[in-house]
Design a protein around this ligand. Structure first.
Ligand code: ADP
Length: 600
């Protein structure tokens, strides 16, 4: 049903189109043909009239009344008319007919007055006159062209007339041809529209079949009636596919944007003028910008000649380099510039390597420090051993001194190696730590007692106080080692007869162990740095006391590994307060270990 309807529609549309084209072109051609033919007839009539005028001027060279020469003029008119298949009329200066091919043929004795005929009036006034009208005698449409003759003033005019029936005949022939062409066109149109609708119908049928296969039932009458909507459905499906494609592109763009924004590296897209067209969050962070970077010239944002050079150098191949960005804070960055493929411009990626470079420097310093620290005792041992071998062995007193020095430096070397090993084990996470809820009182008390003798030798008053319930999450042995190091330092650096107070205090969520002394204290510039490896306020004095410069560093690493905090504050006595704090256990924690290893 839909096939017939559709086919008829296609046919009607084609019919209307072809008819329209044939009609419009027919009308146009008809007009053009009429104009062209009439122009040709007009030209010919004018040509004949001019020749006739010349002949008249020659044959009427002698003056005289034209009316008196009527017979001659009639004959002349007829001769001209026969030769040109026209009607030729000769009038005198007053417009009276003095010769006419037609009247002569018809033997009409009375000559009409043509003085008011427009073509005659025009010809006698200006040399040429034209008119077209339906002839009263033949009732055919005639074209008249008249030309004046005689010099200097016109003696008369010669008019040549022809019927336009030839024009009408030619146009009628054209109409017939156009009708045949139109009919042929329509037949072709009917055939091609039939073919087209057949193809379309087959496609629609396939669509209907597919619908049936998908929905499990064949097309109903209603389906067929509305099968036209299948075609619309096809367009709908195309639209949906386009929508989906647009959506996919949008999702892809969002995904890329998310990746770009979450990158740690600063990414900047530059146009061919090195103007920033896109910048991610990391770029804004690197250049400490809250306002948009896009739209600014790169040189307005960062004035680093090395970077500008690197960007300028990047043409076809990517370029890389490491450079410093002015602070604050000053940063070392790895810059990578690559040309854009699809459009002119470049992509600049900046990777902040400040922390990596700092760590590398720390490591280099550490290696240099270790070598330096090891070299001194090793060379002392070697020198003393050589001296002994060279003969000092025989001198008992001297030998004792040399062996003494060897022993001291060997101990120092052993202490250094022990501390280095401890440090590397803690850093590598290989130091066995068992974090449990313990009372910090016991390990700290043991540490204080371990240093009792040392403090007594220096006559230092070492006291311990714990008036709180000191339960905290910690490792007992590690805690004891931390406390031993800090109390030992306090005893070591406090002059004889000084005081060292060790106490445990409650500090909100932590239990804090404070080791206060009235020794020399620390100048502000040393307070943070004393926790660094090999940092000593007075290297000579530290070595003299058997210090390795690693004690506080080990302490800090251990406390960090246990999840605690460590710090320094000056004591009101002018000395130091070193402290470390361990977190209290959560309320419902029952993982309590009894650490009652008392020193008593
Ligand atoms: P060392 O083995 O030299 O003692 P540490 O890491 O334990 O190394 O200490 C680093 C530096 O901190 C010491 O060289 C010393 O100058 C300073 N220091 C540590 N504890 C105290 C203290 N209680 N009073 C004064 N200075 C201290």
């Amino acid at each position: 049903m839909f096939r017939l309807g559709l086919r008829r529609k296609i046919f009607v549309v084609t019919l209307i189109l072809i008819s329209g084209v044939v009609l419009a072109s027919g009308l146009y051609l008809q007009r053009q043909l009429r104009t062209w033919l009439e122009q040709r007839i007009d030209d010919e009539l004018l040509h004949h009239a001019k020749i006739g005028g010349k002949l008249l001027e020659e044959s009427l060279a002698d003056a005289g009344d034209l009316a008196g020469q009527r017979a001659r003029l009639d004959e002349l008119a007829e001769t001209l008319a026969v030769d040109t298949d026209t009607r030729v009329t000769i009038v005198d200066a007053q417009g009276q007919v003095v010769g006419d091919s037609q009247l002569n043929r018809d033997r009409t004795p009375n000559r009409p007055d043509y003085s008011s005929r427009p073509e005659i009036v025009d010809a006698l006034r200006s040399p040429v006159g034209r008119a077209r009208r339906v002839s009263t005698t033949s009732s055919a449409e005639m074209l008249h062209v008249a030309v004046a003759f005689g010099e200097p003033s016109p003696r008369g005019a010669i008019r040549v007339s022809a019927t336009l029936s030839d024009v009408e005949a030619a146009i009628a022939r054209l109409r017939v041809l156009l009708t045949i062409a139109g009919a042929l066109g329509l037949i072709l149109a009917a055939a091609s529209s039939g073919l087209a609708s057949q193809l379309l119908a087959r496609r629609l049928e396939r669509l209907v079949e597919q619908t049936r296969a998908r929905h499990g039932h064949g097309p109903t009458d209603a389906d067929l009636e509305h099968a036209g909507s299948v075609a619309i459905g096809t367009f709908g499906r195309l639209t949906r596919e386009l929508d989906r494609a647009v959506e996919r592109v949008g999702t892809e763009r969002d995904r890329l944007d998310t990746i770009l924004q979450s990158m740690q590296e600063a990414v900047l897209a530059l146009d061919d003028q090195n103007r920033i067209s896109l910048a991610n969050t990391a770029a804004h962070r690197l250049f400490s910008r809250t306002s948009k970077l896009a739209g600014h010239a790169l040189t307005d944002v960062v004035r680093v000649p090395d970077l500008v050079d690197l960007v300028a150098r990047t043409r076809d191949e990517p370029q890389s380099g490491e450079l410093t960005l002015p602070g604050p804070p000053i940063r070392r960055v790895l810059a990578h510039v690559a040309p854009l493929r699809a459009q002119p411009g470049r992509v600049l990626v900046l990777h902040d390597v400040s922390e990596t470079r700092r760590l590398e420097q720390v490591r280099r310093d550490f290696v240099a420090n270790v070598s330096h620290e090891l070299r001194t005792p090793v060379s002392i041992i070697a020198a003393n051993a050589e001296t002994l071998l060279a003969g000092a062995l025989s001198d008992e007193d001297a030998a004792k001194n040399f062996v003494d020095a060897i022993s001291r430096n060997a101990s120092r070397l052993a202490a250094l190696i022990r501390d280095l090993l401890d440090l590397s084990r803690i850093e590598a996470g290989r130091y066995p730590l068992e974090l449990r809820t313990i009372s910090l009182e016991h390990p700290v008390r043991r540490a204080v007692e371990a240093l009792g003798e040392q403090s007594a030798v220096k006559k230092i008053d070492l006291s311990f106080a714990c008036e709180i319930e000191a339960a905290a999450r910690s490792d007992s042995a590690a805690c004891e080692q931390v406390a031993v190091n800090l109390v030992e330092n306090a005893v070591k650096y406090t002059p004889a007869h000084g005081h060292v107070w060790v106490r445990l205090v409650d500090a909100d969520d932590d239990v804090r162990v404070e080791i206060e002394d009235d020794g020399p204290g620390l100048a502000p510039q040393h307070r943070q740095r004393v926790f660094e490896r090999f940092y000593r306020v007075d290297p000579g004095r530290s070595r003299e006391m058997g210090g390795t410069g690693l004690g506080l560093s080990i302490v800090k690493h251990l406390v960090d590994a246990m999840g605690g905090q460590i710090g320094f504050r000056p004591s009101p006595t002018g000395g130091s307060v070193f402290w470390f704090a361990m977190p209290k256990p959560p309320q419902d924690d029952d993982d309590t270990a009894s650490d009652s290893r008392s020193s008593s």
